[in-house]
Design a protein around this ligand. Structure first.
Ligand SMILES: [Zn+2]
Length: 361
């Protein structure tokens, strides 16, 4: 029995008549997280994790949204749905679907290392696991977080000693907050670009412990040379950068592991940092589910499918339109928030539950 199938609109549960992260407009959409390749506009009703609400409303505007806590079940058309931590970004969830004694889990995007800004990944036992595979090649192995932040802090400290601002390009949703949480804020002031700060606010409101950030105007000119600047990749080469004079720049992404990636970005330093699981992380996550069948969605699908089949699992690719939030999706960050001039939604949240559960369980 297939609880989730691929349809032109997205991953679909026929028994429950709902989609997971659909890329075309549908009636009922369960959203794994707020990155723009997973959370799209135009669905009639949304279901997502409660900590993803701020991001979804900021990005998608006045949507009809129902939220769940992690592990809280909802029965919809006789299918039991629950959301479980994916460790990817604030509010990210794996979707567990149960019907007729069968359990499927759609991972959305995930990573295994606890980054301190969102609920860490939890393996969920299932018969069939639908996994991402963004970095599904054996070459992708991330440095540990202590190693990563030691490198970043050393770079910032060196620049500060030389009176040069440290400009770190990173995606505004997820990466920037992880960086904020992990850096040594005693080195100097931290300046957040206008596309980053609204997301910092959403994280802080959700309880994330982030150091203080300022706008460039709030930092004394004499202290600019000691500052760390967090800016989205789209800020590169814009007039905004001129305020920092002669600065050192860097880019934080999993792709920085590839030879030539730093040079193509035209930055001084590349830090290998991803919100996705690396190759060993993907294996560990898949093993942890105990699933006998695995569907592989975006990324290195063919390599991952072959590897899983060699291990005796029933594996196949699933064609989706996800991909590359580590690379592309977050470049145009403020979408709905910018158009509205703020992160807050204009309308009041709907009074009734938009994603109706039914009584049967
Ligand atoms: Zn994502």
């Amino acid at each position: 029995m297939n609880l989730i199938v691929a349809r032109p609109e997205g991953l679909y549960c026929p028994q429950g008549d709902f989609y997971i992260d659909p890329w075309r407009p549908v009636e009922s959409a369960v959203i794994t997280h707020g990155h723009s390749d997973h959370a799209r506009t135009g669905h009639a009703r949304y279901l997502a994790h409660e900590k993803g609400e701020g991001i979804l409303r900021a990005r998608l505007g006045d949507i009809t949204l129902q939220t769940l806590a992690y592990g809280e079940p909802l029965t919809h058309n006789g299918v039991r749905i629950s959301l479980h931590p994916a460790g990817h970004v604030l509010g990210s969830a794996q979707v567990r679907v149960e019907h007729g004694g069968e359990v499927w889990v759609a991972s959305g995007d995930y990573k295994l290392e606890d980054d301190g800004t969102c609920a860490p990944f939890e393996p969920v036992a299932c018969n069939t696991f639908i996994t991402e595979s963004t970095f599904g090649l054996p070459i992708y192995r991330w440095p540990s977080q202590p190693e990563l932040f030691a490198d970043i802090n050393q770079w910032w400290r060196g620049n500060a000693a030389a009176g040069r601002a440290s400009v770190l390009f990173c995606y505004a949703f997820g990466k920037a907050q992880r960086l904020l949480h992990g850096v040594d804020a005693s080195i100097g002031p931290i300046i957040a670009h206008g596309a980053v700060e609204p997301l910092n606010r959403v994280y802080r409101e959700a309880g994330a412990n982030l150091p203080a950030t300022r706008t460039v105007a709030e930092v004394d000119a004499s202290a600019i040379g000691q500052s760390l600047v967090l800016a989205p990749p789209s800020a590169q080469g814009t007039p905004w950068m001129r305020r920092f004079g002669h600065y050192s720049d860097a880019f934080a992404s999993g792709w920085m592991l590839l030879r030539g990636a730093r040079r193509r970005r035209g930055v001084d330093r590349g830090f290998v940092m991803s919100d996705h699981a690396d190759w060993p992380g993907l294996q560990r996550a898949i093993d942890g589910t105990g699933a006998e069948r695995v569907f592989v969605t975006h990324g290195s699908v063919a390599v991952m499918v072959r590897w899983l089949r060699e291990r005796g699992l029933d594996a196949q690719g699933f064609k989706t339109e996800y991909g590359g939030d580590d690379d592309i999706a977050d470049q145009a960050v403020p979408s709905a928030a910018a158009q509205k001039g703020g992160i807050e939604p204009e309308g009041a949240p709907p009074a009734s539950a938009p994603f109706p559960g039914d009584a049967a369980s």
